[in-house]
Design a protein around this ligand. Structure first.
Ligand code: ATP
Length: 222
């Protein structure tokens, strides 16, 4: 499997459909990169997203190309196409296992997830095993990030306790931690962008300009 070079030893994984990538995704990546002093954020577009409703998702090549344009000028951000190398739905457990094996145990993986998705984590395939390969980074609103995160941890991750001094939950040794990161919500979604393009509206403030140019040139979302 081909991975970007020089990822460093603290690598954040931001998975998604990215149809298209937008400024909210980039803001999350920047916040986590800074909050946890990560060496790199690896954006991983899903080949077949298991959790998406059945609207027609754009071809993988377009979604990955837009991500590459979006991160091209940001040192510390990169893209992996590894989910296109498997057949069937893109489960996070398979992605994390593959990445952990490829990068080796010198590299600590941080799996980034929004609070809404984290609250539903018990519906994910092998969700507790995810912590054998990575720590979780849970993005939540500043007013109740730690509280909401704590409720989900208590309900789904027995044995995890809050390390008050360091502000994250710890399990048994060898297992990843669960780190809340507070961030003011950025009001943008891929759905909104697809709808705006369909209506012929400007999207220049919602996505990087290279992504807006790509969408126009390829005639996406019309
Ligand atoms: P859609 O509107 O098509 O459902 P989306 O904008 O939610 O898409 P995804 O590619 O599904 O984008 O999101 C990837 C990850 O980024 C998910 O974990 C999602 O929760 C998170 N995310 C998306 N938009 C934002 C945002 N504005 N602020 C914070 N996190 C976001």
């Amino acid at each position: 499997m081909e991975l970007p070079r020089n990822l460093g030893t603290r690598v954040g994984i931001l998975g998604g459909t990215f149809d298209p990538v937008h400024n909210g995704h980039l803001a999350v990546a920047e916040a986590v990169h800074q909050a946890l002093a990560l060496s790199n954020i690896l954006f991983v577009p899903a080949f077949l997203p298991p959790h998406k409703p059945t609207y027609t998702i754009s071809p993988f090549v377009h979604r990955a190309a837009m991500l590459e344009l979006a991160v091209a000028n940001t040192p510390g951000f990169s893209v992996s196409r590894l989910e296109a190398e498997r057949v069937g739905p893109s489960y996070s457990i398979d992605t994390l296992r593959t990445l952990a094996q490829s990068l080796g145990n010198q590299v600590h993986l941080f799996f980034i997830i929004g609070m809404d998705a984290f609250a539903e984590i018990h519906t994910w395939k092998a969700y507790r095993e995810l912590l054998n390969y990575a720590s979780f980074v849970v993005i939540g609103r500043p007013d109740h990030c730690q509280q909401s995160c704590g409720q989900t941890v208590a309900a789904n991750f027995p044995g995890y306790t809050l390390n008050e001094a360091q502000g994250f939950w710890q399990g048994e040794s060898g297992q990843g931690g669960i780190h809340p990161v507070a961030m003011a919500p950025v009001k943008v979604s891929s759905t909104e962008i697809r709808e705006a393009v369909r209506q012929g509206k400007e999207i220049g403030t919602l996505v990087p300009s290279a992504v807006a140019d790509y969408i126009a040139a390829q005639g996406l979302y019309r």
